[in-house]
Design a protein. Structure first.
Lengths: 981, 180
């Protein structure tokens, strides 16, 4: 059966076409696919029978010896040649070379940056180099270093960049290595100091290092480069400098409409767009030009319509080239319109065209150089004047733009008029006038002149007059350019100066210019100073006006006269009032000042005069009553004394009185005399003092409160000493006194660490030492105990069968007890008596030669010798561990306090922490017939004589040794055999 | 301007004690005069009683600062210590950290102190202990919180932070608008 299976989903390319399917191994059904295979241009459908490919597994023959390969051959090789990259790909790295740390260390900041850079680079290369993985925080630094160095070298070597870059990188990385190494060193040298650390203040070298370059220096350094180029003589800019360029510049230069004090200063402040090479002399030129313009402008300024000019300012800003062209072509658009801007881009053309006119020819005939020179000088002078006046004018007028544009407009008008006038004006002298007509302010005028001059230089054939007129046009056109460029005088001044600079280049001019420049400079300076002075005067006047106005503020309202004045003579009253007010004013002030010293009540001062003059209660307003006249008559004499403070009003009580008085007004009936003074001045003082005291108390309370809170916070007992008497440390106001560690006195400021900890350590050490020492067992106790126990001891002995054994045991061991004493470890000494005592139902044995005990036969039996207590836990017999005995021995804790510690060391001791105090004949846990008593000593005591045991032991030792040796040898043999095999 | 409540005093003392420990006592209780803490517009000022009395003459909205500003309480009533308190903390500091000249500038710009910039540290400094940061010439630069204990400082790598920056004297320039 054939079925068609359609593949659902998947890409279009993967749609498989089934036609057949095959049954393969194990009953699997596999479709035979017809795949599209595209080999280049061919597109074939390949039949793919899966069954043929699924089971193509060959059995690997593992037993084939020929196929065993060594490990090194189990790899693949990257071919590539012998360059570094391919070498490293193959795994062949250059030998490790430790980089020697340089002593000169670069700036740590840079080194860190380099380090970080190199780190990032390493991170990028992490894939290639496994060593990079070691560069993690927390790994050992030396390995880091090595890895970093390796990688650095790798990085360096693989750098395909120029050698210089490589070197710089290497330097950076080395410095970073240095930083690393030094950091590593610093880690080791990290200084850890105690709390009482005193820095030994070394020489204060660091302060000098930290001085940053003054901002002034920075600014100077920045200024200087641009400044000198500006002052260089202008390169002989090509005379072909089209005005188009200038126009562009004018349009693009930022509009600095700030009042120009000095064109030179403006020039310097301009951005780099300014052409370099502006000399100071050029400024003078501009000044000269301005002056010329100024002088001439005054002549024809009357005809201008200023308001129109003003109103037309905005329009001037929107000059377009088209307008200029129109102008250049001779069209005369309205002044208020788009403006006259004869395109100055065709200065040369214009000039040359115009040369045809007879006047121009005349001019040329008359002498270009000389005349032009003269003209130039004149122009320069006038320009200078113009500049200074321009600088003056801004001080007078705020609208420089308007003035400039005015000048432009005026110029235009002039030019227009000139043109309209025709040839009449085209005389030498007159042409100069229109040139100079433009005004004072207009540096644009100077521009025009400069342009004229320039053209005169560039085109020597140009007759000055006609050309100048046209140049005027052009300049007039050019003049408004700065206006559109935001009326920047700066731009115009720039261009002026540029032109002037160009002019200067002309050799013949230079010599003459210098002297004139100086003179002009002086004049300009004078004018500038004059302008400054004028400004100052104006400012002072302004201030005076203000002061006057303020002073007149209190001049009240008599002038305004809101109040209706009734009286026979209104004028008189007014005058009186005014005068009175004036009088009162001053004394008011005086008295108020004096009173202010006594009291702080200004209001009272104002009312001080009330008692004097009833009508003068209120300084403002005319008096309603006619009493003023009466008082006025005799008032002049008393004026001086009128306004003195009355005696009754002095002092704080008087102050109160005055206030009271003010409340009642100036009615004579209610005048406050001295009788009304309060007699409580003293009380007041006491009150004041009381309040002070209260304040202080409040503060004290607060202080205590704070201290209490502090105690709680810190949790330590702080002594709330009221006046800090007897304190080791004295507080001194830090702001007044600067802590200087080198001073011995200031050591008091430092906190001192408590040495209790150390003491405790010492104490602990001592304790330990003591503990380690052999506790001297006080024999007295034993005596006592043993004494008490004797009776008890004896009783039990009789009944126990151990007695004999014990006697034997005791006797035997008496002899050897002394010998064995030394053998026993000291720590166990204490244990022995205790252990034994426990075993024997609380009996105490004195093993240290207790004669008294030995004396009694009964006790002598139990004067047991020391036995080697089991050192190890498993030596002990668990039967001996009697927990019940431990409970009783609380009384003897103190005695055994030291012993306990050693007992704890060995488990035996742990068992026998306490000794019993069997002072009582009654046995708590032992009965007389306790089997433990019987069996205990059995295990405890020797069963046979020591000598016999010794002999036996000696015999056995030899045999034992032999056996051991045999076993050793056998074991060795076996080992050897096994190794061989 | 008002005195601090108990809660506020407690909070403030806790903060101060992190830096100077029990020496707060010397601030509270001075032999040369009575000094007190006052709260004004969430800022705590430390002043003598004389100044305090003078300051009471001003209205609250007109008063900008009195005495020395120690710090301020945040909206959540936590106390934050300002650099202006350095003069009073520095001489009583219990745990000090000295910073190398290279890292000094970095700290003064407001960065944390790295291990590589650490010159010296008082022993037994616990982690998150308040420390006062000095230059190698023993000029107090500011204060911070120890990010690592002294022992850890020895072991840690040079690029890790050892002192968290809290305040430095560079703030007098950087944030002079907000300092009072």
């Amino acid at each position: 059966m054939k079925r068609r299976f359609v593949c659902v989903g998947g890409d279009v390319d993967s749609v498989l076409c089934f036609q057949d399917w095959v049954v393969s191994k194990f009953g699997r059904v596999l479709p035979v696919l017809q795949l599209r295979c595209q080999k280049g241009s061919k597109a074939r459908t390949v039949k793919y029978d899966p069954s043929k490919y699924c089971h193509n597994i060959r059995r690997l023959d593992r037993t084939d010896p020929d196929e065993t390969l060594s490990v090194t051959q189990l790899t693949w090789q990257v071919e590539g040649g012998d360059d570094d990259i391919s070498k490293r790909r193959r795994g062949e790295f250059p030998p490790y070379e430790p980089i020697k740390p340089k002593k000169s260390r670069t700036d740590p900041g840079d080194s860190l940056n380099a380090f970080s850079r190199s780190r990032s680079e390493r991170a990028q290369n992490a894939d290639r180099n496994t060593e990079v993985h070691q560069l993690t925080n927390g790994s050992d630094l030396p390995t880091n270093r090595r890895a970093a160095q390796k990688e650095d070298r790798w990085f360096l070597d693989s750098d395909v960049d120029s050698d210089e870059e490589v070197r710089s990188l290497a330097a950076a990385q080395q410095s970073s290595h240095d930083a690393l190494q030094q950091e590593a060193e610093d880690d080791d040298n990290l200084e850890v100091v105690g709390l009482d650390y005193l820095v030994k203040s070394g020489p204060n070298e660091d302060e000098e290092d930290y001085d940053s370059a003054g901002t002034d220096e920075l600014f100077d350094s920045r200024r200087n480069p641009p400044a000198p180029p500006q002052e260089k003589p202008s390169s002989p800019t090509a005379k072909q400098f089209s005005d188009k360029k200038r126009q562009m510049k004018r349009k693009t230069t930022p509009g600095d409409v700030s009042s120009s004090k000095n064109s030179s200063s403006l020039q310097r402040e301009n951005p780099a767009g300014v052409r370099p090479a502006m000399k100071h002399s050029s400024d003078s030129h501009s000044d000269e030009d301005d002056e010329e313009e100024e002088g001439n402008s005054s002549d024809s300024s009357s005809d201008f319509d200023f308001p129109a000019l003003f109103s037309a300012n905005s329009n001037h800003l929107r000059i377009s080239l088209a307008d200029l062209q129109r102008l250049a072509e001779g069209k005369v658009p309205s002044i208020l319109g788009s403006g006259l801007k004869p395109e100055s881009g065709f200065p040369v053309r214009h000039a040359r065209k115009e040369a045809i006119t007879p006047d121009e020819i005349l001019a040329s005939i008359l002498g270009e150089d000389s005349s032009s020179d003269d003209k130039e000088h004149k122009k320069k002078k006038k320009k200078a004047e113009g500049v200074t006046s321009a600088s003056l004018q801004p001080s007078e007028e705020t609208g420089l733009e308007t003035s400039q544009t005015d000048g432009c407009l005026r110029r235009k008008r002039e030019h227009e008029q000139d043109e309209a006038a025709g040839s009449e004006r085209q005389k030498h002298g007159e042409t100069s006038e229109p040139l100079n007509d433009p005004q004072t302010n207009s540096s644009s005028g100077s521009e025009e002149d400069e342009e004229e001059e320039e053209k005169m230089i560039s085109v020597e054939d140009q007759p000055s007059s006609s050309s100048s007129s046209e140049e005027e046009e052009q300049e007039a056109g050019a003049a408004p350019h700065p206006a559109p460029a935001a009326g920047s005088k700066t731009s115009s001044s720039e261009e002026e100066e540029e032109e002037e600079a160009e002019e200067e280049v002309a050799p013949p001019r230079v010599a003459l210019a210098a002297k004139e420049e100086e003179e002009l400079q002086r004049k300009a300076n004078m004018r500038r100073l004059a302008a400054l002075q004028q400004r100052q005067k104006e400012a002072e006047e302004h201030q005076k006006l203000i002061q006057g106005a303020l002073a007149n503020l209190e001049a009240p309202h008599p002038a305004t006269g809101k109040r209706i004045v009734f009286g026979s003579d209104d004028e008189e009253e007014k005058q009186e009032v005014v005068s009175a007010v004036k009088e009162s004013k001053k004394p008011l002030f005086q008295d108020s000042q004096s009173e202010d010293e006594a009291t702080a009540d200004g209001a009272a001062a104002a009312n001080q005069n009330a008692p004097h003059k009833a009508e003068r209660l209120k300084p403002s307003g005319p008096q309603l009553f006619a009493d003023s006249e009466d008082d006025e008559e005799g008032g002049e004499e008393e004026d001086g004394s009128r306004f003195d403070i009355r005696p009754e009003f002095e002092g704080p009580a008087g102050q109160k009185l005055m206030e009271l008085q003010s409340r009642f007004g100036t009615d004579e009936r209610f005048r406050m005399d001295s009788r009304f003074l309060e007699d409580e001045e003293e009380e007041e003082e006491t009150e004041v003092q009381k309040s002070l005291m209260e304040d202080e108390e409040a503060l004290e309370e607060e202080k205590k409160k704070n201290l209490s809170i502090l105690q709680r916070v810190l949790g330590t007992g702080q002594q709330a000493s009221g006046k800090t008497a007897g304190k080791a440390k004295q507080f001194r106001d830090v702001s007044a006194l600067h802590y200087d560690p080198s001073k011995e006195e200031h050591a008091a400021f430092e906190t001192k660490t408590e040495e209790t900890k150390k003491e405790s350590k010492a104490a602990r050490r001592k304790k330990r030492e003591e503990a380690q020492k052999l506790p001297e067992v006080s024999k007295e106790i034993y005596f006592q105990v043993s004494g008490d126990l004797k009776a008890v001891f004896g009783q039990t002995n009789d009944g126990s069968a151990e007695g004999e054994e014990g006697a034997n045991w005791d006797k035997v061991e008496e002899e050897e007890g002394g010998g064995e004493e030394e053998q026993l470890p000291p720590s166990l000494l204490s244990a022995d008596p205790s252990s034994k005592s426990e075993e024997s139902s609380g009996f105490r044995f004195s093993f240290f030669g207790d004669d008294s005990v030995a004396g009694s036969g009964e006790t002598a039996e139990y004067k047991a010798e020391k036995m080697k207590a089991p050192k190890v836990s498993w030596h002990q017999d668990p039967r001996f561990h009697d927990s019940s005995s431990e409970e009783e021995e609380v009384e003897e804790d103190e005695e055994d306090g030291q012993e306990e510690k050693k007992e704890e060391q060995s488990s035996v001791e742990a068992k026998n922490t306490k000794e019993e105090t069997p002072s009582q004949p009654d046995f708590f846990f032992f009965s007389s017939d306790d089997h433990r008593l019987k069996e205990g000593p059995k295990l405890f005591c020797r069963t046979s004589q020591l000598a016999e045991q010794r002999e036996q032991w000696e015999e056995s030792t030899s045999t034992l040794r032999q056996e051991y040796r045999k076993k050793h040898r056998d074991a060795r043999r076996k080992l050897n055999i096994s190794r061989k095999t | 301007m008002r005195p601090l409540t108990e809660e506020e005093t407690k909070t403030m003392f806790e903060k101060l004690s992190k830096y100077i420990g029990e020496n707060i006592k010397l601030l509270v209780d001075r032999p040369d005069g009575t000094y007190c803490f006052r709260l004004h517009q969430d800022r705590v000022y430390y002043m003598s009683e004389k100044i305090l009395k003078l300051a009471t003459n001003f209205s609250r909205d007109k008063l900008i600062s009195v005495g020395t500003c120690f710090g301020k309480f945040t909206k959540t009533k936590k106390f934050r210590l300002h650099i202006t308190a350095l003069d009073f903390l520095a001489p009583y500091a219990k745990f000090k950290v000295w910073v190398k000249p290279g890292a000094e500038q970095s700290f003064l710009y407001g960065n944390h102190v790295l291990k590589s910039g650490l010159g010296r540290i008082t022993e037994n400094t616990m982690q998150y202990q308040g420390v006062v940061v000095y230059s190698m010439a023993d000029v107090p630069l500011g204060f911070g919180v120890a990010a690592k204990s002294t022992q850890e400082c020895r072991r840690v790598d040079p690029m890790s932070i050892v002192v968290f920056h809290q305040a430095d004297v560079g703030e007098f320039i950087r944030s002079e608008d907000t300092l009072t």
